[in-house]
Design a protein around this ligand. Structure first.
Ligand code: HEC
Length: 135
């Protein structure tokens, strides 16, 4: 009895130690499938016009400081679970996987993600319209 109880305690302690590691080991693709695919779809085409495509439309965004800043401050990115490093890795994976234009872009860093998290948008739809109108 005592032995099985101790076994259960050890097993749950081992699980508690391993579980965060398992989360940390999620690949960017796994994160995308878990947290983003419901809206942005498997191939990043989204559900236009409500959910923008992560393919062509990125050309307006990754080429300018304002556009990159916008990408860091949309609700999906601000609320993405994971460390700033992991979310930066996710964003870079998205650009590499879906963006159809010139893929020569400056990768997002953890510092970029942290800076976005400090400044969530009040009205992302309006800000997006204004941003794209300027292009
Ligand atoms: C509930 C639906 C939803 C989910 C889930 C979601 N997004 Fe979005 N995403 C949107 C919408 C809608 C926009 C357009 C801007 C806005 O209105 O927020 C957007 C815009 C974006 C943009 C900017 C692209 C553009 O053209 O505006 C990026 C980058 C992005 N999302 C990344 C992500 C990532 C990464 C995740 C998962 C961690 C995610 N999103 C999860 C709905 C979603």
């Amino acid at each position: 009895m005592l032995r099985s109880l101790l076994g259960a305690i050890v097993a749950s302690a081992v699980f508690a130690l391993l579980a965060p590691a398992a989360v940390a080991q999620m690949s960017p693709k796994f994160r995308f499938l878990q947290f983003c695919v419901g809206c942005h779809q498997y191939d990043g085409t989204g559900l236009p016009p409500d959910v923008p495509s992560l393919r062509d439309d990125l050309s307006y965004l990754i080429g300018s400081p304002e556009g990159r800043d916008f990408m860091l401050r949309v609700p999906g990115v601000i609320g993405a679970p994971g460390s700033a490093d992991e979310v930066a890795e996710l964003l870079n994976w998205i650009v590499k996987s879906f963006y159809q234009g010139n893929a020569d872009f400056t990768p997002f860093t953890a510092a970029d993600v942290l800076s976005g998290r400090e400044r969530p948008m009040h009205d992302p739809i309006q800000e997006r319209l204004e941003l794209l109108a300027g292009n």
